[in-house]
Ligand binder design. Sequence first.
Ligand code: PEP
Length: 251
Amino acid sequence: MPRKTFIAGNWKMNKTVDESVVLAKDVVAQVGDVSDVEVAICVPYTSLTEVARVIDGTSVKLGAQDVYWEESGAFTGKVSCEMLRSAGVEYVIVGHSEQRSYFGETDEAVNKKVHAVIGAGLHPIVCVGETLQEREDAVTDAVVARQVKAAYDNVSAADAKKTTIAYEPVWAIGTGKTATPEMAQEVHGTIRSLLADMYDQDTADSIVIQYGGSMKPANAKGLLEKPDIDGGLIGGAALNADTFRGVVLPE
Ligand code: PEP
């Protein structure tokens, strides 16, 4: 079965509840009836329930930007998978480079989150990607392979099929620098081959691999035309419904 293009907006730490409702309504107006592309918006925790109301009955899905793997208890400041599920969440970003670099998220933590998210019946969007230094040191493939293998440690093929991978070169996130379609395709192809080695070709072929890093209407088409680039994780361009539409339906 061909993979369905999947575009997810990552609003990061932007938008109050009221601002989120306005933006979510705009997103629904722009892409709320798109069915041949999977569309999700990953909003701040504080906006989840209100945005869930806005997108209810549309094709837009709700995502969260992080989660904690424990079910409940004395973990001040953390939010569980069940809490997210009860708020209407379907997708959860894990291992975003901002979590890894600012908050010390380790490969082991990413793996625990992947297991917890799948266990709760939700779908992780697993972020991987190299820093500029790592690219210059020509260790991109090794870094991405380490991150993917760690994230999927002890994850079955059946469960792996419920996940999405976002390849996000750290040097391209929020910088305006995009990997060329050729550069991105090379890494996406490497990730797909790795998944085939870890699992089997059918599993590798069914996992959506998004690109992330300054993706916008002007470069979305070229990226999405590549055989192993199946979608995008969109930061800055997701904060405006017009530009988000331009990535979901690039011309
Ligand atoms: C992101 O937050 O995952 C991202 C890719 O951001 P931007 O599109 O702004 O580079």
